[in-house]
Design a protein around this ligand. Structure first.
Ligand SMILES: Nc1ncnc2c1ncn2[C@@H]1O[C@H](COP(=O)(O)OP(=O)(O)OP(=O)(O)O)[C@@H](O)[C@H]1O
Ligand SMILES: [Mg+2]
Length: 443
C-alpha cells in the first residue's frame, strides 16, 4: 500500500515530525516569511514547495502546478497556521480532498460568525457588534457597551486589539486605523472581566476525545498593554478537577456548535471568580501556538501534533493520557527593541533548575521591534514546579536571569550614546569604545 500523503500549508515542525514518526508523506507549501526566517526543518521524505504566500489560495494552486503537483493526489490538506486553515479547507473542497469543511473553518476563523453561533446555542459569550469598515466610522457613533475590546474580526496574536472605554477611544482607534492600517473590519465586544483560560484538545467523530485546560497568568491583552511577557500554566487534571469539570462540557458544546468533527483545537475562555462566570472567548481549529505542544506532552504524554495527523487522515486517534503530577507552564523570554548582540543559549537555560525545555529564537544582528502582539518574544522556556506559586516565582527568576545576560544594542542612538552604552555594558571587555594606536609605540 502506498504511504498516505498530506499537503500542508505553512511549515509546522511538530506536525512534520509526527508525519515522519507515523510514516506519512508530507508536502509543505511555504511562503516568503518562512523562507526568510531560515529555520525550516527538512526531515527525509518531506517535499517543499516555495510560493509567495502559502496562505493564499491562488499562490498555492499556481505553485503546486508549477512544481508538477496536483492537489487532488493528496489524502488530506491541512494547516496549523491560523491564516491557512480556511485556505486548506477551500483547497480540499475544490479538489475533493479531505480537509476541514469550508463552513466550519469560517465559523472558527471569524470571531463574529463564531460568537453568533455560540450565543445562539445558549453558551455564554461576549455581546458584540461588527464594524464593517472602521475607516468609515460615523462621527456620532455611540458605543453600545460601557467597556469594550476592539479587534480585527479575523485577526491573531492579539495584534491590533485594544480596550475601548469611551466613544472618544473608539474614534481615536478609527483614526489610527485610517492613518496606519490596512485592516478595515473589526469586532467590538463587551469586555469580560476575569482570568483568561485556554483549552487544547482533540475532537473525533464529533465528540471530545481529549482536553487539557490551562491559563494565562495575566490576560493576553493585559500582558501586551502592561508591557509584560506572556506566561502560561496547565491545570492539573487531578488537583484542579473542578476546573476540568466546569470547562469540559462548555468546550464540547462549543466545538459541536461550531461544527468541528475531527481535529485539534485551541480555545480561549474567560473565568471570573467573583461572579463565577465562565464564558467562551474564541476558538481556533488548529493546535495552539507558543509551547502548547510541549506543555501538553509534558503534563499528559499526548502529542497534539500527532493527533492532528490522525484527524487529518480520518483515522481515529488512540489517546492514552499518562498524567504527570506537578505543574507545567511556559514563559516568554523578554527583550527591549534594538539590535540583538547576544543572549544565553538554550543549553544554558535548560541547565537552570525547573527549566525543562528552552528555545532562543532570533539570529544575532536582527533588529528587534517594539512588541505589538503575543507572537513577539526572543525565546521561550517550559517550566515545571510542584505548585503554581513556585512555577510563577521560578518563571520570574528565569526571565530576570535571561534579561540580565542579554545584550541588545540600542538603535537610533547617537555615537556618544552608543559609546556610553558600550562602556556601561562592556559587552566583551576586549575593546575600548574608542582607541588609537601607532605601530610600535609604547603602551
Ligand atoms: N470580550 C473580551 N473581554 C475581555 N478581553 C478580551 C475580549 N476579547 C478579547 N480580549 C483580550 O484580547 C486578546 C485578543 O483577543 P482574541 O483572542 O479574541 O484575538 P486574537 O488576536 O485572535 O488572539 P490570539 O491569536 O492571541 O488568540 C484576548 O486574548 C484577551 O486577552
Ligand atoms: Mg485569542
Amino acid at each position: 500500500m502506498n504511504r498516505e500523503s498530506i499537503l500542508m500549508l505553512v511549515d509546522d515542525s511538530h506536525f512534520e515530525r509526527a508525519c515522519a514518526d507515523l510514516n506519512v508523506d508530507v508536502t509543505v507549501v511555504y511562503g516568503a516569511p518562512q523562507r526568510d526566517w531560515g529555520m525550516m526543518v527538512v526531515p527525509s521524505g518531506k517535499r517543499q514547495v516555495f510560493v509567495e504566500d502559502a496562505r493564499n489560495i491562488e499562490s498555492v494552486i499556481l505553485g503546486l502546478y508549477r512544481a508538477g503537483l496536483t492537489p487532488s493526489t493528496f489524502d488530506a490538506i491541512y494547516s496549523t497556521t491560523e491564516g491557512g486553515v480556511l485556505t486548506a479547507a477551500a483547497l480540499g473542497a475544490a479538489f475533493g480532498v479531505p480537509s476541514i469543511p469550508v463552513q466550519v473553518a469560517a465559523a472558527f476563523r471569524d470571531k463574529a460568525l463564531a460568537k453568533a453561533a455560540i450565543s445562539k446555542a445558549g453558551i455564554d459569550t461576549a455581546e458584540f457588534i461588527v464594524i464593517d469598515d472602521l475607516h468609515g466610522l460615523a462621527e456620532d457613533f455611540s458605543m453600545p457597551f460601557e467597556t469594550a475590546v476592539l479587534k480585527p474580526v479575523a485577526g491573531g496574536a492579539a495584534h491590533h486589539a485594544s480596550m475601548i472605554e469611551s466613544d472618544a477611544d473608539l474614534q481615536a482607534a478609527a483614526k489610527r486605523a485610517r492613518e496606519h492600517g490596512k485592516l478595515r473590519t473589526f469586532i467590538l465586544e463587551e469586555f469580560i472581566s476575569g482570568e483568561e483560560w485556554h483549552a487544547d484538545g482533540v475532537m473525533f467523530g464529533g465528540s471530545l476525545r481529549f482536553i487539557s485546560v490551562g491559563g494565562y497568568r495575566k490576560t493576553c491583552l493585559g500582558t501586551i498593554s502592561d508591557k509584560e511577557w506572556l506566561r502560561t500554566y496547565v491545570f492539573d487534571p487531578v488537583a484542579d478537577v473542578e476546573v476540568y469539570d466546569r470547562v469540559t462540557p462548555l468546550a464540547e458544546q462549543a466545538l459541536q456548535t461550531l461544527g468541528l468533527e475531527d481535529g485539534v483545537f485551541h480555545m480561549e475562555l474567560f473565568y471570573d471568580a467573583e461572579s463565577d462566570r465562565l464564558a467562551f472567548g474564541e476558538c481556533a481549529a488548529r493546535r495552539g501556538g507558543a509551547l502548547i505542544e510541549e506543555e501538553v506532552c509534558y503534563q499528559f504524554g499526548v502529542s497534539l501534533a500527532e493527533m492532528a495527523v490522525h484527524c487529518a487522515l480520518g483515522t481515529q486517534p488512540v489517546i492514552k493520557p499518562d498524567v504527570r503530577p506537578g505543574v507545567v507552564g511556559s514563559a516568554y523570554l523578554p527583550y527591549t527593541p534594538g539590535i540583538l548582540h547576544s543572549t544565553p543559549s538554550a543549553a544554558e537555560l535548560t541547565a537552570l533548575p525547573n527549566v525543562e525545555f528552552a528555545m532562543v529564537e532570533w539570529p544575532i544582528g536582527i533588529t528587534l521591534e517594539p512588541v505589538v502582539s503575543t507572537a513577539m518574544k526572543i525565546g521561550q522556556v517550559l517550566l515545571t514546579a510542584s505548585s503554581r506559586e513556585e512555577l510563577f516565582q521560578r518563571g520570574d527568576e528565569v526571565v530576570s536571569w535571561f534579561r540580565e545576560r542579554t545584550v541588545i544594542v540600542p538603535t537610533q542612538a547617537t555615537s556618544r550614546e552608543l559609546r556610553e552604552w558600550y562602556a556601561r555594558t562592556a559587552v566583551d571587555g576586549s575593546r575600548a569604545h574608542s582607541s588609537w594606536k601607532r605601530k610600535g609605540a609604547d603602551e
